[in-house]
Write a protein that binds this ligand. Structure first.
Ligand SMILES: *Cc1c(COP(=O)(O)O)cnc(C)c1O
Length: 414
């Protein structure tokens, strides 16, 4: 490698109680049952870590988010598990902005360009690399599809055995992708938290390390790189608002953490974007808790939405999502499946960018926030397209032609 990154990862901290735990072994939740957060010696890093020198690192030696090694937990190069990550582009969707009446900038961070076609690559790339450093060889998780796909891919690259349990109606491509990459995959007649219960019940007997969302500390560290990367791409500034499709909330919590760490390093100032947690109205536990002024979000009963990635009835990090949203002056917003589909069509037709349903949900929510005056007309708004639009079933509007009959222009009309 061109320059050796120094490691500043010191310990893990309980996100609820502040209790300190050692970082020298594989850990799941804190003794009290809360998510753990990785902590770094930011003061020692501040003296040595030059943001611009790090940003300029060679993308072959340090692909994508791996360039931010000083702010990541992996100590040893030998444990870095890479599939050719990239910095995901910020796409300016001018025509869509125009249609929704936004005079500022509408930027889409297109995470579908990552390995396995979703931002789950960030979290699982990090979690697998850390688990590998602790000698873990068997991992399991519940998944709505993309996380399982990333686990199986990075797991294969690290020589591990992986198990994924998904709701039976998980998009077919994800289920097949998992097994194509050597993961064991099971369709379950239940939702993701019910799949999680299977992992919990069998992990002792099966010798699994549980990599469920927020039940291990490193998926957040991978996802936080979205916050560092976007700041870097915007010349070390942050947008006015971020719309994030919220399931377990890993990315929203992670970015909020990254903003804090970067401010303490002097990389950015104290300004923060308004954080909007976006959910589907058929599964909106965070929105309900936000509106009720609650700190925790009870399980949502009867969850349904075609945006599979945000169909999460119960999030263990609910309080961390709600704190970030409230501290930022943002909001939690629910949108209907019909509005999600309309937003997907709008952006694809106007700007040629095919969003996944969860990404489209962020556009629908931004449209609503603009109409409700929650964001200014001249705001710089960032949406997260968290996965490739190609991973989802798309409506077929093609017409059939019989070439043995005369093909006339009027057959081509709408
Ligand atoms: C996992 C996932 C989400 C939700 O991400 P969290 O950070 O867990 O809230 C949203 N969209 C897609 C496509 C996903 O795969």
């Amino acid at each position: 490698m061109s320059d050796a990154p120094s490691n500043h990862f010191t310990h893990l901290e309980c996100s609820m109680t502040g209790a300190v735990l050692p970082n020298d072994r594989a850990q799941n939740l804190s003794p009290e049952g809360w998510p753990l957060l990785a902590r770094y010696d930011l003061d020692s890093m501040k003296a040595s870590a030059d943001r611009d020198a790090i940003a300029a690192r060679d993308g072959v030696c340090f692909p994508g988010f791996w360039k931010w090694r000083e702010l990541l937990p992996v100590k040893d190069d030998a444990h870095v598990t890479t599939l050719g990550e990239v910095d995901t582009p910020l796409i300016l969707t001018r025509a869509t902005a125009d249609k929704i009446g936004l005079k500022g900038a509408l930027l889409v961070k297109d995470e579908g360009r990552l390995p396995t076609g979703s931002f789950k690559a960030r979290g699982l790339g990090m979690a697998v690399s850390m688990a590998r450093s602790f000698g873990v060889t068997r991992m399991a998780m519940p998944t709505n599809g993309n996380a399982g796909a990333a686990l199986s891919a990075y797991g294969a690259a690290a020589g591990m055995e992986t198990y994924a349990f998904c709701p039976e109606d998980t998009p077919d491509v994800n289920v097949r992708e998992i097994s194509a990459q050597g993961g064991k995959v099971f369709r379950v007649n239940g939702l993701i938290h019910e799949c999680g219960a299977i992992v919990g019940a069998l992990k002792e007997e099966m010798g699994w390390f549980d990599v469920s969302t927020l039940k291990e500390p490193y998926r957040i560290e991978g996802k936080k790189t979205m916050g560092i990367e976007l700041a870097c791409q915007l010349g070390w500034t942050l947008p006015d608002a971020i719309f994030y499709p919220t399931g377990g909330g890993t990315g929203l919590i992670g970015m909020w953490k990254a903003f804090d760490e970067m401010e303490r390093l002097g990389w950015i100032g104290p300004e923060r974007p308004k954080m909007f947690a976006v959910q589907a109205d058929g599964c909106a536990p965070i929105v309900k808790a936000f509106e009720a002024g609650e700190e925790h979000a009870p399980e949502w009963v009867g969850a349904h939405t075609f945006a599979a990635g945000i169909r999460v009835p119960k999030a263990i990090g609910d309080f961390l999502i709600l704190r970030a949203v409230r501290d930022s002056g943002g909001a939690a917003i629910a949108v209907s499946d019909a509005r999600i589909e309309a937003a997907r069509d709008l952006c694809a037709h106007e700007d040629g960018l095919l969003l996944c349903p969860e990404g489209a949900a962020t556009l629908a929510a931004a449209q609503q926030a603009l109409a409700d005056g929650q964001i200014e007309k001249d705001a710089r708004v960032m949406l997260f397209n968290c996965g490739s639009g190609l991973k989802y079933p798309l409506p077929d509007t093609s017409k059939w032609l019989d070439r043995t009959q005369p093909i006339t222009a009027n057959l081509l009309a709408d």
